[in-house]
Design a protein. Structure first.
Ligand code: C2E
Ligand code: MG
Ligand code: MG
Length: 364
């Protein structure tokens, strides 16, 4: 047994049945470390994570074995503390892909590979386009289009989310300003903030600086925070929401219904809108449970004075259901996927013309 430095320790085991004995010993160590320790009258519990690399499967020399045990340990940490994981080829491939993506993403932020696309948010009351949600897109010259779920995760894990988030916010504000200057009647442009971004010490200052630099109206900007990231650190979330509200921004809770926020907690937060998670909308015609949840979320949101937005609306029957429930706005492929800023402007102009033609003119 030796200490590698900091809070890292190494155990070398020689045994003919390496996999099983390593597993048994890792378990014993984790259980032993998890015993409460009395410190100045308080009981303190700590947890450890362990990674295991086997000779010769996972490396034929000490350096490789150590490196791979380290990779396995980080994987164990990611899966939740207090557990152990074996090294595997799959893990190695994932790591490799992660570090390639990290490198590529750094370049993408600096060069012009990232774009923002805009998905229309449509009123269920009168069918007008109320605004849009900005969604990040990455078109890599060799790898093709990389889905946001994938690169946002890498950005969060590597801290690149701070730069990426700032880029997204500035880009969205600039687009809004551009649309405003061309007379496009956008009421709201919503922008996604990730859980990690909320932990950024100077988030509100940065946001404020970008708002005044670009000169756009903060009341037209809505920050989307996912329900699960809100629950991650309730105090921080509260503080951040208060600071952003003070700047005049709107706040909505994204993917609502997937976390477990308490209703009283919801009422305490100064928020403006709820976005019903698309998994409920997707199955509401086939699953009575999802239909009931959707109806309940809409009722709840409206009951406490929030705007309710349904995501992932793909057909007219879902739309009719949502309308009947009293939902305010919707987004989804049924109306339009996320499109470029230029296409969005064209779509909105066409839509404005079409609705102007069909709306009867009163008083003429
Ligand atoms: P989200 O914010 O919940 O965005 C909705 C996702 O649903 C988008 O996926 C959108 O393209 C997709 N979608 C829209 N309509 C439909 C539909 O009718 N059917 C289906 N099946 N899907 C639909 P996308 O663009 O791949 O983004 C995925 C997630 O990545 C977003 O979920 C958001 O959490 C995150 N994301 C995207 N852009 C950003 C960003 O700029 N910053 C941060 N922090 N996260 C972002
Ligand atoms: Mg969103
Ligand atoms: Mg969502």
């Amino acid at each position: 047994v030796s200490r590698m430095g900091g809070d890292e320790f190494m155990v070398v085991i020689e045994h003919p049945n390496a996999r099983q004995s390593a597993q048994a010993i890792a378990n014993k160590i984790l259980v032993a470390l998890n015993q409460p320790i009395p410190v100045e009258g308080h009981m303190i519990t700590i947890a450890a994570s362990a990674g295991i690399a086997l000779f010769p499967d996972h490396g034929s020399d000490a350096n490789v074995l150590l490196k791979n045990a380290d990779v396995a340990m980080y994987h164990a940490k990611e899966l939740g503390k207090g557990r152990f994981e074996f090294y595997s080829d799959e893990l190695a491939r994932e790591r490799e892909e992660q570090s390639l993506l990290e490198f590529a993403l750094r370049q993408a932020i600096a060069s012009d590979q990232l774009a923002l696309f805009y998905q229309p948010r449509v009123s269920l009351r009168d069918g007008t386009i109320e605004g849009a949600e900005a969604l990040a897109r990455w078109f890599h010259p060799d790898l093709g289009e990389i889905p946001p779920k994938k690169f946002i995760r890498v950005a969060e894990e590597t801290g690149l989310i701070f730069d990426l988030g700032t880029w997204v916010f500035r880009r969205a504000c600039t687009q809004l300003k551009h649309w405003e200057s061309r007379g496009l009647p956008i009421r709201t442009l919503s922008i996604n903030f990730s859980a990690r971004q909320l932990l950024m010490r100077d988030l509100a200052d940065r946001v404020s600086a970008i708002l005044s630099e670009v000169g756009c109206d903060p009341r037209k900007i809505e920050v989307e925070i996912t329900e699960t990231s809100m629950l991650f650190d309730v105090q921080t979330t509260k503080r951040v929401i208060t600071a952003l509200k003070r700047l005049g921004l709107r706040i909505s809770i994204d993917d609502f219904g997937t976390g477990f926020s308490s209703l009283s907690h919801l009422q305490q937060l100064d928020i403006d809108a709820l976005k019903v998670d698309q998994t409920f909308v997707r199955d509401l015609l086939v699953d009575a449970g999802d239909a009931a949840i959707t109806r309940a979320v809409i009722g709840l949101g409206r009951g406490i004075g929030l705007q309710v937005i349904a995501e992932g609306v793909e057909n007219a029957r879902q739309l009719a259901f949502l309308k009947e429930c009293g939902c305010d706005l919707y987004q989804g492929y049924h109306f339009s996927p996320a499109i470029s800023g230029t296409s969005f402007e064209e779509l909105m102009r066409l839509h404005l013309q079409a609705t102007a033609k069909t709306t009867p003119r009163v008083g003429r």
